[in-house]
Design a binder for this molecule. Structure first.
Ligand code: FAD
Length: 306
């Protein structure tokens, strides 16, 4: 079994930054990912809120981050992590392609947006269907968009989108919102936001190129309809990628990994960063910030083992 000082699980922006900081502190580092490096950045056409760039293509930023993160010797290997065995001052990371050992582990496996599961959703992903208003809202300036969902994210993002779009129609499955009262009040007071109650979106409609609208069904009357929009923002939940870490007791009830501000989990020597953490803003900037802290803290942790 190959041994490292630090293994980083997940090579998104968080993981790559963790690897950069740990390897620059002269630690031996392995980054493991079940896909190509870059994480969610690979699903992002233009990133307009990462400092240093007016606009940058997600895959280009991923490549630049990868080059930077491996310049001090951090290695990259493919592998889907299935579990971590905590053996005190070392951890065994088990993958579908063999086991590795490390003194410290940084979990950076991110999250997945829950899908609505209707026809057209996948087909128009990145061509009008989005799960991130902060990321993609600016592409719909002065155009009509639909938001699907009734929780905090759906309503907060509707308010954000109303600052850009000409109109925001929010489709809510039930007859009320689950969002906090204060956010609801703000949304109800916004003239650009219209709520359509008891209504499910049953299909995302489009032409050869992009989204043109949504098909809807009233859950009480059964009445069907269509609404013309250029963008569809789906907020029906977010899922942490933590199935492999369930046995460690580091996740909260919803499955997110809980850390303190040093990115330490409940298990000494296991850190968690980026979208997989219990946190409020899941963005590249915040993942990168977490990664810097964890890389440095992994170094400090290893010092305590000497
Ligand atoms: P991720 O980027 O999700 O990376 C996690 C990595 O872990 C992945 O590579 C995955 O393959 C790997 N992984 C997961 N499980 C395992 C496992 N068991 N074993 C091995 N590897 C595993 N943010 C912005 O700041 N600006 C934007 O404009 C923006 N636009 C976005 C557009 C879209 C469409 C989406 C989906 C997100 C966007 N975001 C944007 C959010 C941003 O991409 C994320 O906040 C950020 O990528 C989180 O980084 P991360 O390193 O925590 O996780």
């Amino acid at each position: 079994m190959k041994n490292y000082d630090v293994i980083v699980i997940g090579a998104g922006p968080g993981g790559m930054t963790g690897a950069l900081y740990a390897s620059r502190a002269n630690l031996s580092v392995l980054m493991l990912d079940r896909g190509i490096y870059g994480g969610q950045m690979n699903n992002t056409a233009a990133i307009e809120n990462y400092p240093g760039f007016k606009s940058v293509l997600g895959p280009d930023l991923a490549k630049d981050m990868y080059d930077g993160s491996t310049q001090f010797g951090a290695e990259f290997a493919y592998g889907s992590v299935e579990s971590i065995e905590d053996q005190g001052d070392h951890k065994v990371v088990k993958t579908d392609d063999g086991d590795y050992s490390a003194k410290a582990v940084i979990v950076a496996t991110g999250s997945e947006y829950k899908k609505l599961g209707v026809p057209g959703e996948d087909q128009f992903g990145g061509r009008g269907v989005s799960y991130c208003a902060v990321c993609d809202g600016a592409f719909f300036k002065n155009r009509e968009v639909a938001v699907i969902g009734g929780g905090d994210s759906a309503v907060e993002e509707s308010i954000y989108l109303a600052g850009l779009a000409s109109k925001v129609t929010v489709f809510v499955r039930r007859d009320k919102l689950r969002a906090q009262k204060v956010i609801q009040d703000r949304a109800f007071a916004n003239e650009k936001i219209e709520f359509v109650w008891n209504t499910s979106v049953t299909e995302v409609l489009g032409d050869d190129m992009k989204v043109t609208g949504v098909a809807t069904k009233n859950n009480q009357t059964g009445e069907t309809g269509e609404k013309a929009v250029s963008g569809v923002f789906i907020y029906v939940g977010n899922l942490p990628m933590t199935a492999a870490f369930k046995g460690l007791g580091i996740t909260n009830d919803a499955g997110w990994i809980t850390t303190n501000e040093l990115m330490q989990t409940a298990v000494p020597g296991i850190f968690a960063i980026g979208d997989v953490r219990e946190k409020t803003l899941r963005q590249i900037t915040t993942a990168v910030g977490d990664g810097g802290i964890a890389g440095q803290e992994a170094f400090s942790y290893l010092e305590t083992l000497k």
